[in-house]
Design a protein around this ligand. Structure first.
Ligand code: SAT
Ligand code: MN
Length: 586
């Protein structure tokens, strides 16, 4: 045993007794151990080792056909009462869920090996960091956890021999039976139980399960925030760096923003990536909010990642990366996906394991196919990435995909108004997801599927946090997706979003004035640099326009959404809705 911690040993005994594996292996995190695990997986045909020259240290993996994404309808928050989980989470009483899961776990690892993966979310020694211990029967999970988190003996050292402050993470692929798939959280017990899946956020339990659902609950009780946010450092030509955290619903280009390449005309600016998905944020003794990225890698969507869309993400995947459900090219042991650089391979194997050719009628890579890449591979990874103190936030940005309502950018009047803006975030559906296009989906703080307790209380926690910091970051909302009357995007997006970030930073430095409107503070048109862009004054005016009648209509939707929280909705949010309405009616 690599530890004498009685709480860890008790957890491992309980897991071993129930799961009944043939072998138990403690993952120490050494290169040798991980290499032999990968070699075994290759020998068994579970992994394919990719071209050692073009993609050194990289592997290819295919999931089961029924197991290709997170499963929100199978995800539960098992608090003692339903009220504590709130109206936006699936809930089952802990006793009932434990009974269900224990029946499923019973003997699930018979004939298999149980791997014990101690891991740290955050860097060793940081007061932000949290330890988890995942038991799993999947080598693929172990190898992915090694990229996404800091695993092995370092985690046991961080925990020490006496502390019970770690998340107990149970995982078994079991039979990969989608009907009995469960992703469950017991916040009060600091426990996660996952079964019958082998992919992504369902099973890399440090990510959405620990770092968002469990951590949001821990943050509420301990006085900090666990958020679904990227963190970037924006460096100006003088070399000053300001840090921004930003939350977006899916399909808004979060990873691209985190790794933004400035347009030619603004080449003296630089964006540093601190994180692309998760931020843990704490009040500092200096009255500011400080943020870390608790992850150690990127679990990025592969399709449409290219030299053109995101060269930094692409470069991150050139070594020591695991590719899942992309297209495999057996001719040179490489991978490809829709929207990748270069031509599709002539004779390939698709994500389902079937023969595939460029004229095949189905995509070669699954739309949710992924790369698991070490953060340290990223050419623009921030020098502060491993700073245990984190980075001080100057701004928090919320965003959404709105064709008409939201202007390109606006600033909250104050913290409470900013919390209201976060709580009423929404996005219009795209053709990328099933269902109707252009439907407004509310996704407060982009946390709807990731909040481990009642979201009304989560809004209250945000409001409280603002009271605790003397110098909170300013809060903004952006919308890269505004369209003109012909349905054409008004803003170029991608690298040119830097122009909006620059305005945001200039506001946090009190360098420019802004115009008050009913919904918040708007830029003066001249304060957004559009040099070299093909944007007319009329288009700029359209980008910054606020249409009161559209907003009054939108407010109806916000009120309807907020009514779900009943008595858990903070009075302040109700007040913000009333104040917005009266400003719009002026
Ligand atoms: O599968 S993950 O939850 O890690 C990624 C995602 O769906 O956002
Ligand atoms: Mn995410």
């Amino acid at each position: 045993m690599p530890t004498n911690n009685p709480y860890v040993l008790k957890f491992i005994k309980e897991a071993t007794d129930l799961l009944n594996p043939d072998n138990v292996v403690w993952i120490d995190g050494s290169k040798a151990q991980l290499k032999s695990l990968a070699d075994d997986a290759v020998a068994d045909g579970e992994l394919i080792e990719l071209n050692a020259e073009k993609l050194p240290g990289c592997y290819y993996y295919r999931t089961a056909l029924n197991d290709v994404a997170r499963v929100e309808d199978r995800t539960f928050i098992c608090t003692p009462t339903k009220d504590e989980a709130g109206p936006t989470n699936n809930w089952l009483a802990p006793d009932e869920m434990y009974a269900r899961l224990k029946a499923l776990y019973n003997g699930a690892m018979k004939g298999r090996t149980m791997y014990i993966v101690p891991f740290i979310m955050g860097v060793k020694g940081s007061s932000f960091s949290k330890v988890g211990i995942e038991v799993t029967d999947s080598r693929y999970v172990v190898l992915n956890m090694n990229i996404m988190t800091r695993i092995g003996d370092q985690a046991l050292e961080q925990l020490g021999e006496e502390s019970d402050d770690f998340t107990k993470c149970w995982h078994s692929v079991a039979e990969l039976n989608a009907d009995e798939r469960y992703i469950t959280h017991f916040p009060q017990d600091n426990t996660i139980m996952s079964i019958n899946s082998g992919y992504g956020g369902n099973v890399l339990l440090g990510k959405k399960c620990l770092a968002l659902r469990i951590a949001s609950y821990l943050g509420k009780t301990e006085g900090w925030l666990a958020e679904h946010m990227l963190i970037l450092g924006l460096q100006n030509p003088k070399g000053d760096i300001k840090y921004i955290a930003a939350a977006f619903p899916s399909a808004c280009g979060k990873t691209n923003l985190a790794m933004l390449i400035p347009p030619k005309i603004l080449q003296d600016y630089k964006v540093w990536t601190v994180g692309d998905d998760i931020a843990w944020i704490r009040p500092g003794s200096d009255g500011r909010l400080w943020a870390v990225n608790p992850e150690n890698g990127f679990f990025g969507v592969a399709p449409f990642t290219s030299t053109k869309t995101n060269p930094n993400a692409l470069e991150s995947t050139k070594r020591d990366t695991i590719f899942t459900n992309v297209l495999f090219n057996p001719e040179d042991n490489t991978v490809w996906w829709e929207g990748a650089d270069g031509e599709p391979p002539a004779n390939a194997i698709d994500w389902r394991g079937n023969e595939w050719h460029p004229d095949s009628s189905t995509p070669g890579a699954h739309p949710n196919s992924r790369f698991t890449a070490p953060a340290k591979n990223c050419p623009c990874i921030s020098p502060e990435f491993e700073n245990p103190a984190g980075v001080p936030l100057s701004a928090i940005v919320f965003g959404g995909r709105r064709a008409k309502t939201a202007p390109l950018v606006y600033e909250a009047f104050d913290w409470n108004h900013g919390v209201f803006i976060g709580s009423s975030m929404a996005s219009e559906t795209t053709a990328a997801a099933a269902g109707a296009v252009g439907v407004v989906r509310r996704d407060p703080f982009a946390m709807l599927p990731f909040c481990g307790y009642n979201m009304g209380e989560y809004f209250a926690h945000w409001l409280e946090t603002g009271k605790k910091v003397a110098n909170p970051p300013k809060i903004f909302h952006v919308n890269w997706f505004k369209k003109d009357d012909n349905g054409k995007f008004l803003w170029p997006g991608f690298g040119d979003n830097l122009r909006v970030l620059n305005w945001i930073v200039s506001r946090t430095n009190n360098e420019v004035e802004a115009d008050a409107s009913a919904i918040g503070l708007l830029p003066k048109a001249d304060d957004i640099n559009i040099d070299g862009l093909d944007i007319t004054d009329g288009q700029m005016a359209e980008l910054l326009k606020v249409d009161s009648s559209l907003w009054l209509e939108d407010l109806k939707g916000i009120r309807e959404f907020m009514s779900r929280f009943g008595e858990h909705l903070p009075l302040e949010i109700a007040k913000q809705m009333d104040e917005l309405e009266s400003r719009l009616n002026k």
